[in-house]
Ligand binder design. Sequence first.
Ligand SMILES: *Cc1c(COP(=O)(O)O)cnc(C)c1O
Length: 356
Amino acid sequence: MKKHNFSAGPCILPPNVLQEAADAVRELDNSGLSLIEISHRSKPFVAVMDEARALVKELLNVPEGYEVLFLQGGASLGFLTAAYNFHKQGETAAYVNTGTWSKKAIKEAKLLGDVDVIASSESSNFDHIPSFGAINHPSLHITTNNTIFGTQFKSMPSLGEGQVLMADMSSDIFSQELNIADFDLIYAGAQKNMGPAGTVMYIVKTESLGKTGRAIPSYLDLAVHIDKDSMFNTPPVFAVYTSMLTLRWLKNLGGVAEIQKHNEAKAKLMYSEIDRNPLFEGFAQAESRSNMNATFKLSNDELAAKFDEMWNAAGINGLKGHRSIGGYRASMYNALPLESVQVLVDVMKEFERTHG
Ligand SMILES: *Cc1c(COP(=O)(O)O)cnc(C)c1O
């Protein structure tokens, strides 16, 4: 029986995407060849890459002047790539520290120059998105959704003319509508809300590139990848293909505006139960709560074994919180149906009835 998959990442994908990806590994479109044994420069694969990039542009209303890339190295290499392409030599870059992934981004940026952490929620174990005023630095980096702590930016910072905004959107890309024009760089590892691990998507404002005054290693240079249409070297063909299938699925479903409604409904159902049920407590402060990752714990930790037994028996997977905060985390990415959240909520109600 298929599980209710609340895994934080790699995460749930739509059933038809898994089927089509499996079919293509056996044979791509009646070609007599597998997706993973053909040249990435062959017509069928170039068409896959082109469609994946075009779907990103269509689904997110990406304006003129931006390019979409599918590269390797995950979001973790994205931290360094972002800094190499946008951290101006000799200047200080602003970062907001909202959790583990922000800290890693900051660590990489420091390899290239000074970093000013203009706001941080570390002193309260990252339970909220800190506020901050006007930015006086040439660039700002944010992590829009904090996968581990379950917090999410509710509005995006707006910067002045010539200032660069970079965002790691690994765990909320395609979950809600965005104004791409606010950003110079968006990057997202595929395995949270788009596809399997192995590729990371970049959306880049081309005219913002080439202004750092530093030499950039070829693979980290976004201009090189743009020039080669995301085929500078052999791309991760399976990850790109499967991401493309998920984007097709999203388009058929009605696009980002439609999935945003589903995501809001799932989050509402989940958080209402966390707030209502006296046996549970939410972790993130209410105004910073993520629609993707709901973090919570038991009011009484001694009941953990009992609760774990119940959700496991209900066919739920991946509910344990990250080791840095403990408790539970219900990750409700795009492909997770509302019914799965209802199953979890029913388990929580039953738990209250039997152990409250
Ligand atoms: C998972 C995650 C990462 C790391 O992604 P990798 O592709 O494993 O390098 C970075 N940022 C955020 C917000 C994440 O959720």
